[in-house]
Design a protein around this ligand. Structure first.
Ligand code: NAD
Ligand code: UDX
Length: 482
């Protein structure tokens, strides 16, 4: 067998300093002190926040991230808006830019918007020097590597006609393209990066594959580093998210049936999860999945299936997203129905706005659809979240905060509360939308005393002490409980 000698990688650049680029590069810098790692982003405010001397102000909240950044920043981890310089001096460039769903044009509402990936590939093509390994870290439609290669190869032939031997006097510009999708989940990103179930590397160039594997090999067991062809790697990422999201729609569908029949979703989940073929994870009923990935990636899968003429496969996956929207709307509707059919002018405490616990991310958070539905009904929402900024909630709800006095109102309003107790004071209902740890141990006698009667608890995550809430005099609805 041929021995592959990977090219020496000393300097890495990552384009896109977001929820994936930031934590991923921080962990690489931490585990590979011999590498210089530079994160670049067009968003100057984001880069300034990554460079903020106060680590509490980093733009991404993730448990453990501030400690990792604190260890590496300024040593071998750098954040800058000088994109061109960072590309020029890098041996390996990760593309970790956003790939949201297209909002207009061909494939609108389903296909991924690849304008940022194309722009960053063009920038690499223009600025790279010598041999550069280009790594797709963003989640991309299968066969995107083909496009990236074409963009890069175009610049290769423009590089002064230089031969690899450099006969023209100009150093040859050459590229290898790899797919290395990221499987971290927000809220557990550092743990997921430090102890990944697997690292997936797709590619054709054995030397480039060996170079990237060697980086991960500094802390990941080689048996967990999987090698595939480019297309399998790209498609595996979409498929993993589709399977996970499908599980959540499945458990929520059964949860609704539990509510109608007197069964208990926790008991059903334990009973089915004990089957080792099913497993216990990802069986928590809730308000439906949120986050920037699941919906976007399934819709992309739907688009790809249709593109290849597989309409029935497309409809199958599409239903996972359709059902998820139904679950979110159902929660808003049932709150209104339990509160005597109207929430107009009623003060409702909303606990949690992030799409899951331990993140400040609200992208596609179920809280957005549920709160919008309640505002539409004229509710006065008092929202508490430990990490989500008020400006973010304003942007998501499409309106600024306003004081919530009780009284008849056509228009809904919202305001922020600094503590759960402040949120519930004078409220008719408390609605738990995110599974933050602090909401598991709420002081129900104190909360009940502060609310207007009859008072309701809607536990949409099934995490609170509902027995204590009932004992304190609240009426309780909990997701998936008959
Ligand atoms: P993000 O929006 O938080 O970050 C992307 C960053 O890229 C932004 O800050 C943007 O300003 C920057 N950017 C875009 N074009 C640029 C350019 N040409 N030059 C420099 N900077 C540029 O997105 P994210 O959540 O980090 O996701 C990135 C990719 O990773 C997406 O494809 C996503 O699907 C995938 N992914 C996300 C997660 C997650 O949990 N968020 C997990 C796995 C994979
Ligand atoms: C997901 C994938 O898990 C990760 O591998 C991929 O890289 C990015 O997309 P993320 O969206 O960050 O990660 O979080 P995840 O833990 O998957 O949760 C997604 C949504 O599903 C959240 O809204 C969460 O609350 C919800 N969820 C999750 C449930 O409702 N029930 C569950 O049992 C698990």
């Amino acid at each position: 067998m041929d021995v592959v000698h990977p090219p020496e990688v000393r300097s890495i650049c990552c384009i896109g300093a977001g929820y994936v680029g930031g934590p991923t590069m921080a962990v690489i810098a931490d585990r590979c002190p011999h590498l210089q790692v530079t994160l670049v982003d067009l968003n100057a405010a984001r880069i300034a926040a990554w460079n903020d001397p106060d680590l509490a102000n980093l733009p991404v909240y993730e448990p453990g991230l501030a400690e990792v950044v604190g260890r590496c920043r300024g040593r071998n981890l750098h954040f800058t808006t000088e994109v061109d310089d960072a590309i020029a001096s890098a041996d390996m460039v990760f593309l970790s830019v956003n790939t949201p769903t297209k909002t207009r044009g061909l494939g609108a509402g389903q296909a991924s918007d690849l304008r940022w990936i194309e722009a960053s590939a063009r920038q690499v093509a223009a600025q790279a020097t010598g041999h550069t390994i280009v790594v797709e870290k963003s989640t991309l439609p299968v066969r995107t590597a083909e496009t990236i290669k074409q963009i890069l190869m175009g610049s290769q032939s423009l590089a002064g006609g230089a031969s690899p031997g450099g006969e023209s006097g100009v150093e040859a510009k050459t590229f290898s393209v790899l797919s290395n999708p990221e499987f971290l989940a927000e809220g557990t990103a550092i743990r997921d990066l430090e102890h990944p179930d697997r690292v997936l590397i797709g590619g054709e160039d054995p030397a480039a594959i060996a170079a990237l594997s060697a980086i991960y090999g500094h802390w990941v067991d080689p048996e967990r580093i999987l090698h595939t062809n480019l297309w399998s790697s790209e498609l595996s990422k979409l498929t993993a998210n589709a399977f996970l999201a499908q599980r959540i729609s499945s458990i929520n569908a059964v949860g609704a049936l539990c509510e109608a029949t007197g069964a208990d979703i926790t008991e059903v989940a334990r009973a089915i999860g004990s089957d080792s073929r099913i497993g216990m994870k990802f069986l928590a009923a809730g308000p439906g999945f949120g986050g920037s990935c699941f919906q976007k990636d399934i819709l992309n899968l739907v688009y790809l299936c249709r593109h290849y003429g597989l309409d029935d496969a497309a409809s199958y996956w599409e239903q996972v997203v359709v059902f998820n929207s139904w679950q979110q709307q159902r929660i808003a509707r049932l709150v209104v129905s339990r509160l005597f059919g109207t929430v107009s002018g009623k003060r409702l405490a909303v606990l949690g706005f992030a799409f899951k616990a331990d993140t400040n991310d609200t992208r596609e958070s179920p809280a957005i659809a549920i709160c919008r539905g309640l505002l539409e009904e004229g509710a006065h929402l008092v929202i508490h979240d430990p990490k989500v900024a008020t400006t973010q909630i304003s942007a998501d709800l499409g309106r600024p905060p306003d004081a919530c006095e009780r009284g008849f109102a056509d228009d809904g309003k919202w305001q922020r509360a600094e503590t759960p107790l402040e949120a519930v004071t004078g409220a008719d209902a408390v609605i738990v939308l995110t599974e933050w740890g602090a909401y598991r141990t709420l002081d129900w006698p104190a909360i009940a005393a502060a609310m207007r009667r009859p008072a309701w608890l809607f536990d949409v995550r099934d995490i609170t002490d509902t027995a204590a809430a009932r004992q304190a005099g609240l009426q309780v609805w909990s997701v998936g409980k008959g």
